[in-house]
Structures are given as C-alpha cells and as structure tokens.
Design a protein around this ligand. Sequence first.
Ligand code: ADP
Ligand code: MG
Length: 331
Amino acid sequence: MKKSNSLKFKLFFWYIVSLLLVGFFIILTVHIYQYKYSAFVLSVVFIILSGIGFITIYRITRSLTDLSSQMRQITSKNLDKRISSLKSDDEIGELGKTFNDLLDRLDIAFKRERQFIADVAHEMKTPIATLRSSFEVTLQKTRTNDEYKKIIKDSITETDRLTTTLKDVLDLAWSEVPNENLRAVFNLSSLITELSEIAQKLAVKKQINVSYRITPEIKINGFREKLGRAILNIIDNAIKYSPEKGMVEINLFKRDDKAIIAIKDTGSGIKENEINHIFNRFYRGSKSDKVFGAGLGLAIAKATINIHKGIIEVKSKAKEGTMFVVYLPVE
Ligand SMILES: Nc1ncnc2c1ncn2[C@@H]1O[C@H](COP(=O)(O)OP(=O)(O)O)[C@@H](O)[C@H]1O
Ligand SMILES: [Mg+2]
C-alpha cells in the first residue's frame, strides 16, 4: 500500500487541514471581537479539541492495523485461531466479530471435508483389503476351474460395489459445488415422469406397484441431471427398503410458490433413533446389512436439494412405511 493511500495518512491530512482552518478562524474572531481573555480561552479549547481528535484518529487507525495484522496470521493450518483483543464495541470491533464468525464457518467446513476424506478412505479400504485377501487365499493352492470362476465372479461384484461407492463420492462432492453454467429452467414434471417410469422398471423384480400422479408443466430453475439423480436416490430407497409386493407412490404438485414431490412407500420404515442420522454421509440403518448401498444416497439428495434452495423432510413409522417430501421453489 502506498503511504499516501493509507487511511491514517488521509485522516491526518484532512485533520490538519481542518485544524489550520479552525485556527485561522479563531485568530480572525479574536481580532474582530477583541474580548478580554478570548484569545486564551479559545486557544485552550482549540488545544483540547485537537488533542481529542488526534487520539481518536490514532486509535481507529491503530486498531485497524492491529486487526489486519492478526488476520494475516490466520491460514488454513490454524483456522481455530481467532481475532482477540476486540475490546471496542464500535464498527471495528464488529468487523472483527464478523471475521471471527466467518472463521467459525470455514473451520466447520474444513473439518467436515477432512472427516469426509477420512470416511471415504475408510469405506474404500475395507473392501479392497477383503478383495486382496481373497486373492491371496485363492493362490495358496491349485483350485478347480469352477472355483476360479466363482472367485472371479465375486470379485467383479465387489469391484462393482466399489465403483458405485466412488461414483457416489464424486456425486456428493459435485453436488455441493455445482457448475453454475449448467443451471437452467427445466420442466420438473417431465423429469419426475421419467423417474417414475424408471422406478416402475426397477420395481418389477420385487413386484412392487409404483403409481404416480404428476401435475404437468411445473418448472423450476436448477440442475436437471443432478436433481434427477437426487430424487432417484430417494425412489431407489423406497424400492430397496420395501418388501416384495409393496407399494410406492410418487406425487408431484404445486402449492403456493413451491413444487412438492412426495415419495411414499410401504416398506420397513425407519426407527425413531435412526431418523436423525439418515442424511449423514455413510450412515446406514441397522437393517441395511442385507441391502447394498454406501450410505451416501440421502446425503447426496439433501446436498442437491440444498443448492436448489429446497428442503427435504421425512416422516416414517417402523414397519409401516416412509414418506419423503421435497419442497422446491418454482420458477
Ligand atoms: N424408504 C426408506 N425406508 C426405510 N429406510 C430407509 C428409507 N430410505 C432410507 N432409509 C434408511 O436410511 C439409510 C440411508 O439411506 P441412503 O443414504 O440412501 O444410504 P443406503 O441406501 O446406501 O443405505 C438407509 O441405510 C436406510 O436405513
Ligand atoms: Mg440409498
């Protein structure tokens, strides 16, 4: 920063200019009115006021310099550090507090990212280790062709799982920072119709009846493909966690300025103590061991709905079924 650009320089410059002006007027006043002691009284007042002005300017600029030198010391490595010595509750104190609040948010975000990387590593490590040890065991002796075939088949299933998990991880990463260039107004009704048709295909194997009621021509602004995958995750769960011959209902309608998507199933339901966790990354409910998944589906759904400024709610009763409701602002 150039010295003449600094706030300190500017403040003091104008301060001295005004002091000179005031001084000039005092001399003028004393000359015109010629009261007894007036020169003395006015000089004392002048000196006191200029002293106060000097101290005020000095304090403001010093606490600003202080603040910026403290800010400079904070990097990604010491995000838990905060601006201290904010005694003043003026605008500068407020600036410091705002900065501390910003740090709080950044700190939480950084910790979350680190935790996420740790979780991903953990999730990937176990299946890879399992795969490796099964190869090792296989190699320990000669086996029949059928045995080899079975082991290779199992390994392919395992790698497929890994691929799905990795895809989900990428999906989740991108759903939090979408490519704004892809944002557009699109027809939500046609998207949900397409998804409902996919759902019917997915449900055939389990003889689940998928019905849908969709109000046409509801348009929203956002990312069609991403939102499609998010909603499909919810639909996929409805089918996955329903027993054979269950029912899944998909509804889309408009209320006020919100598009509402409701996905209801007659599945296993979610226990009360689990419901608060289902949107967490890698969380899988107690009954999910037999059902394939990485526990990322709902985390992706929620992150995607968030970037559409929407909300997702869930109502569920164990053994009776579950209903997910998504509210999205319409265009
Ligand atoms: N429709 C549903 N019915 C019952 N349980 C559900 C339903 N949707 C989600 N869950 C529970 O929430 C958990 C998290 O879901 P999700 O994030 O999609 O992960 P995943 O399906 O891979 O387990 C699931 O493991 C399951 O226990
Ligand atoms: Mg899922």
